[in-house]
Write a protein that binds this ligand. Structure first.
Ligand code: ADQ
Length: 758
């Protein structure tokens, strides 16, 4: 893809793209704006990696609707604000991101809402972030996109800047394919993500869910953690890695805060303020329905109702940070939580002291640490959570090895924090049991569990997380190697016969050989009426003969539909027929291993069928407008033939078809000689040859082809393979012969030489 964005020599080596910039604006008394760094984990992680590069940038929204402020510098980083209008905030952010994706990705704890207008805004906003990223990244730089609000950005960035290494990290869970399938625009989202070279997730189950969705909904071949994304048109195919990188916190910084006298004093003061209760139980969450706050309060309320917990000696603090207050489900949640807290306090609080101390506001890092230090038990009861940093912060805040963590098995942190008391928060009885066990845990047991938890959290901090993601990304995308196919021969001049002979002689010495050829233009002269094609009978006979020799496999690889190819060549079952540019593969002879052919990539799903029908209709409309142009339908493709179109009609029809192709991102478009093919399964003659060569364990192969579509084969020539271009034009083949008569000569020479060897 072309590099359209200007690449300035001062472009940035590492660009982070996230919905929010790592700063908040503050209005000073004189009306001026000041920017204050917001102390999130991501910011800390990025600070550490930004130090390792010459120039780092962050692209994101500054937090207020309307015009974006001018780019500015903060903490050694260049910040590039992206504008979001009030309507974008409503539709892209609160709508599609937080009322569609967020609930869907968190196992539909509340019903996701779908609105088409929200999607349009999501696309437009993603474009804006992508454009800015593409503008500010330096040549061959690295772009790291964060989170569910920007899932289209990787692809949109790649469309503008194919030289970049692009990574994506999803901070929230990735749902099972059954749930993900509910999402209108699901394939667009997957294709957006696959614009990255590396897609990272919190838990291994998220990674697996993503890979399953890619396989089932896009039909791409998935090999372990590698997705093979087929090329579109002349663009080469790509490989995308999906990996697990559990995020963490700046563990040392948190732990260090606990040593400060002032914070130790704050923790002690907190206890005094609560009336010196024997035990403090703490919950810290954004006020979000995924966090299981209602379940926690229900369990707590029942323990008080049943008299199992005495509010005189045990207090609960619930910190509930205001969040997304304009989204309906969040307003409702706030009402419910506050009603429940009010009831519990009304029923149980001693005069002058709460049973549940409810804090609906933000605290600074130091207060937060004091809270963790004061808490005997922390309850993390998320119904679904990507990771949950509160769990890790609590552990980092307890170098005294005291305190107990109750942790939902549905939080990503449960995969690592094995020594916590794990719980299914939907099971209220189990939750009550877990809380009681935590409150009663003996100090030596607390110490043992906390030692193990700290080992995990202190070793695996957020800096290590960021570095390991970027290291993996470094190894994954390799923009330098993404060269267009090499042109070995130009013009019309044919190769010296001696050079052709020498290549054939070397080839026949190989024990296992694959001999394959295109059909039209190679084994049969091109004719105006495709049905009236007259293949060279001698060439076909020689191929049949070759297929009987030991160690030789023979294949015909054509753009024609399989049935059509079969009808015109009448080959025996020992010759493999591949039709529709690789999308249709005939029966394989016994010596070939059928399982190496990737059938998932070729399967027609209902979605693909629907897509094919709409493409066929669109092409038929184009053909109608240009007399002589025709549309052929194949099992997985529609083809526009313009050979018989009158005057400029052919060129115009082709142009219109290629314009149509631009609007169809999930289609392999193959322009050939006066023909454009739209395939809804992703393959090419080259991919088919590679699979055939593996299936027959060939030591080397020969391929004869005349068309641009044969270049996908020539582009894959390995050492010892021979590619022969029939006719003129630029080619990646290493030899050229004139036409079908010469093809007959080559095949005859090959047969004689291989027979001699036998
Ligand atoms: P969140 O859903 O925001 O993050 P979480 O991981 O718990 O959830 O992080 C919350 C952070 O906010 C913690 O650092 C916590 O200390 C802080 N915080 C909470 N209440 C606060 C308050 N009142 N005042 C100040 N700070 C407060 C998303 C995903 C998570 C994932 C993170 C990181 O939903 O699953 O762990 O991103 O990837």
């Amino acid at each position: 893809m072309p590099t359209t964005a200007p690449v300035t020599p001062t472009g940035h080596e590492l660009v982070v793209v996230a919905n929010r910039l790592p700063v908040d604006s503050r209005t000073l008394p004189d009306g001026a704006t000041e920017w204050v760094t917001s102390p999130g984990g991501l910011v800390t992680a990025m600070e550490s990696v930004m130090r390792t590069v010459d120039s780092g940038a962050w692209v994101g929204w500054a937090g207020s609707p309307g015009e974006a402020p001018e780019p500015f510098e903060a903490d050694g980083m260049s910040l590039f604000p992206v504008a979001l209008s009030a309507e974008d905030v409503e539709k892209y952010y609160e709508g599609f991101s937080n009322a569609t994706l967020w609930p869907l990705y968190h196992d539909v704890i509340v019903d996701p809402e779908f609105h088409r207008g929200w999607w349009d805004s999501y696309v437009a906003a993603n474009r804006r972030f992508a454009r800015t990223a593409a503008e500010v990244a330096g040549a061959h730089g690295t772009v790291w996109v964060h989170d569910y609000q920007l899932q289209l950005a990787p692809r949109l960035i790649r469309e503008q800047r194919d030289d970049l290494r692009i990574g994506f990290f999803n901070h929230i869970p990735f749902p099972s394919v059954e749930l993900f399938s509910q999402l209108p625009k699901r394939t667009q989202i997957l294709r957006g993500l696959l614009g990255a070279d590396l897609v990272g997730f919190q838990r291994e189950s998220d990674t697996q869910n993503f890979l399953t969705s890619v396989r089932k909904l896009l039909g791409h071949h998935v090999d372990g953690q590698t997705v093979h994304v087929p090329g579109i048109g002349s663009a080469p195919g790509r490989q995308v890695q999906a990996r697990t990188f559990p995020i963490s916190i700046d563990s040392a910084a948190v732990s260090e805060l606990t040593q400060q006298e002032e914070i130790i004093e704050r923790a002690a003061q907190l206890r005094r303020d609560l009336g010196e209760p024997r035990r403090i139980v703490l919950g810290v969450d954004r006020l979000d329905y995924t966090k299981g706050i209602r379940h926690r309060l229900k369990a707590w309320g029942e323990l008080l109702d049943e008299g199992i917990i005495d509010p005189q000696d045990t207090v609960m603090i619930q910190v509930a940070t205001p969040s997304r207050e304009r989204v309906d489900a969040y307003r409702q949640l706030r009402d419910e939580v506050e009603l429940t807290v009010g009831r519990i306090n009304g029923d149980h609080a001693p005069i002058g002291r709460p049973a549940v101390s409810y804090q609906h506001r933000s605290f600074d890092r130091r207060d937060m640490t004091a809270l963790y230090m004061a808490a005997d038990v922390v309850l993390v009861t998320a119904l679904r959570d990507g990771m949950n940093l509160v769990a890790k912060e609590y552990v980092a805040s307890r170098p005294d090895l005291r305190g107990v963590l109750v942790l939902s098995e549905f939080a990503g942190a449960a995969d690592e924090l094995r020594a916590a008391i794990t719980v299914n928060p939907h099971d209220i009885d189990a939750l009550k049991g877990a809380i009681l066990r935590a409150l009663e845990m003996a100090p030596e047991d607390q110490e043992e569990a906390m030692t193990s938890l700290r080992h995990q959290v202190m070793e695996h901090d957020v800096q290590a997380w960021a570095h390991s993601f970027l290291e993996q990304l470094e190894q994954t995308g390799s923009p330098e190697t993404r060269q267009p196919p090499r042109i070995r021969l130009s013009g019309d001049a044919v190769s010296e016969p001696a050079a052709v002979d020498a290549a054939l002689q070397a080839l026949v010495e190989r024990p296992r050989l694959l001999i394959a050829s295109d059909f039209d233009g190679v084994l049969a002269p091109i004719v105006a009426d495709r049905d009236a094609v007259e293949p060279d009978q001698r060439s076909l006979a020689v191929l049949r003969e070759l297929a009987t020799l030991p160690g030789v496999s023979v294949a015909l690889v054509s753009g024609r539909a399989l049935a059509d190819l079969d009808q015109h060549t009448s080959m025996p079952s020992s010759v493999v027929l591949v039709g529709s540019h690789g999308a249709e593969v005939g029966a394989l002879p016994a010596e070939m291993h059928a399982e190496v052919l990737d059938s998932a990539a070729l399967t027609m799903t209902p979605e693909r069928r629907e897509l094919l029908d709409s493409i066929t209709l669109a092409l038929q409309r184009i053909a109608l407008a240009h007399p002589g142009a025709e549309v052929e339908t194949k099992p997985a493709a529609a083809v526009l033939h313009t050979r018989n179109a009158r005057g400029r009609g052919g060129a115009n029809a082709t142009e219109e078809a290629l314009e149509l192709a631009m609007t169809l991102p999930d289609v392999t478009v193959t322009p050939g000689k006066e023909v454009v093919e739209f395939s809804v399964v992703h393959t090419s003659k080259g991919a088919a040859m590679e699979a055939l060569s593996r299936a027959c364990a060939a030591d080397a192969w020969l391929y004869l082809g005349d068309d641009v579509t044969d270049e996908t084969v020539f582009g894959r020539l390995g050492e010892g393979d021979v590619g022969i271009k029939v006719g003129g034009g630029d080619t990646a083949a290493s030899l050229r012969i004139a036409g079908t008569d010469e093809v007959r000569g080559v095949l005859e020479a090959l047969l004689a030489a291989r027979r001699d060897r036998a």
